[in-house]
Design a protein around this ligand. Structure first.
Ligand code: TXA
Ligand code: MG
Length: 341
């Protein structure tokens, strides 16, 4: 067990930034806020610090990490053969919730990229995250700050519950602006390909790239023996203790289905709440507002566990904009179970 120091920062000049950065400098682990989800950060150029991330999360060794930078100029130290489309994407979306997969440079240790010849790079929009990276003076490897397989964390309170005793510093801050992890796009194949949907939507990427593929694994489970373009896609993910099933149905059908059996718990929209007994409903956002769903989904999954929910039925979100990311996470939390009514 580590002695976890808890500090806070609500502006880039707050003391907590320095405490987290100093820990990273010493080769230790710090949980830091980003605009997507909280991250579990270590010096990306120090392979023994990076090893500690895998231990603290219980993360499989073959699942590579994202390298976070605070300044555009740092990209050319991390990646090589950077194509003009990467520069165009960075110009448009950085700092922001877009991770770009490029060929890796030799300074990046093998364990960061799980032995791959490619590296995932992102410049976060959250200015506290960038202040920590700058003060640490190194690029920062950071997966989501959850124990592997559990829902990601979007508020300070859950960082301590999840990783207290496993990390050196927790930097508490505001709730994460988006609430789902960054969009991951690969630029190393023949065509740009979205490996994980996020706040930057396919339409926004197409506006810059002309056209973009979406990995089939975004909306279905991998076939037996299929190689995952992004190793993270093959693992069980975002799982609460409850068994979740997504339900594609009208509001009326969903509500009658839930109310027909006292054991059916609802993960529903705000608008459904008045028609379901309060003890068996948790909302994850407003029906026509996918941003609110992204913002609330992971917290709602944790609330289901606190409420002791066992058999949960979730309303299917619209797939527009960030809705595709919400559905992608919900599908994994539901182990791809979906029914239509
Ligand atoms: O928003 C985010 O991206 C958050 C915050 C903390 O920045 N980080 C995050 O990291 O979600 P993580 O480790 O939970 O997810 C990274 C994903 C995994 O699915 C991993 O397999 C994939 O990115 N990935 C990383 N490097 C890759 C590479 N070289 N090639 C393909 N996929 C890669
Ligand atoms: Mg993760």
């Amino acid at each position: 067990m580590l002695n976890t120091v808890i500090v806070s920062a609500f502006s880039p000049t707050d003391d907590g930034v320095r405490v987290a950065a100093d820990a990273i400098k010493r080769g230790e682990l710090a949980v830091i806020p980003t605009e997507t989800v909280y991250g579990l950060a270590a010096n990306a150029l120090d392979s023994s610090a990076v090893d500690k991330i895998f231990v603290a999360k219980g993360r499989p060794q073959d699942n590579p990490l994202i390298v976070h930078i605070a300044d555009r100029d740092d990209l050319c130290n991390i990646a090589r053969e950077i194509p003009p489309v990467a520069t165009a994407l960075a110009d448009r979306f950085w700092p922001g919730p877009l991770t770009i997969i490029l060929k890796k440079s030799s300074v990046v240790p093998q364990n960061v990229t799980a032995g791959l010849d490619t590296v995932a790079v992102r410049m976060p929009e959250n200015e506290i995250a960038r202040a920590v990276i700058r003060a640490a003076g190194c690029p920062v490897a950071a997966p989501s700050a959850n124990v592997s397989g559990r829902p990601s964390i979007t508020c300070a309170k859950h960082c301590k519950e999840e990783l207290g005793g496993r990390v050196n510093v927790i930097l508490e801050s505001f709730d994460c602006k988006f609430g789902v992890e960054s969009t991951v796009i690969s630029l190393v194949g023949p065509r740009p390909c979205i490996l994980r949907p996020g706040a930057v939507s396919p339409a926004e990427l197409e506006a810059i790239l002309g056209s973009v593929d979406i990995s089939p694994a975004v909306l279905r489970s991998l076939e037996k023996n299929e190689v995952a373009a992004s190793p993270g896609m093959k693992y069980k993910h975002y799982s609460p203790n409850a068994e979740i099933t997504i339900v594609d149905a009208s509001r009326e059908n969903f509500i009658s289905f839930i109310n027909a059996d006292p054991n059916r718990f609802a993960l529903c929209f705000d608008e459904d709440i008045p028609d379901i007994p309060p003890e068996k409903a948790v909302s994850f956002g407003s029906q026509n507002d996918p941003l609110s769903m992204a913002h609330n989904l992971f917290e709602a999954l944790r609330t289901l566990d606190q409420r002791g929910a066992r058999t949960v039925f979730a309303r299917k979100p619209s797939l527009d904009g960030i809705g595709l990311a919400v559905y992608n996470r919900l599908l994994r939390a539901a182990a791809f179970r979906e029914i239509s009514l």
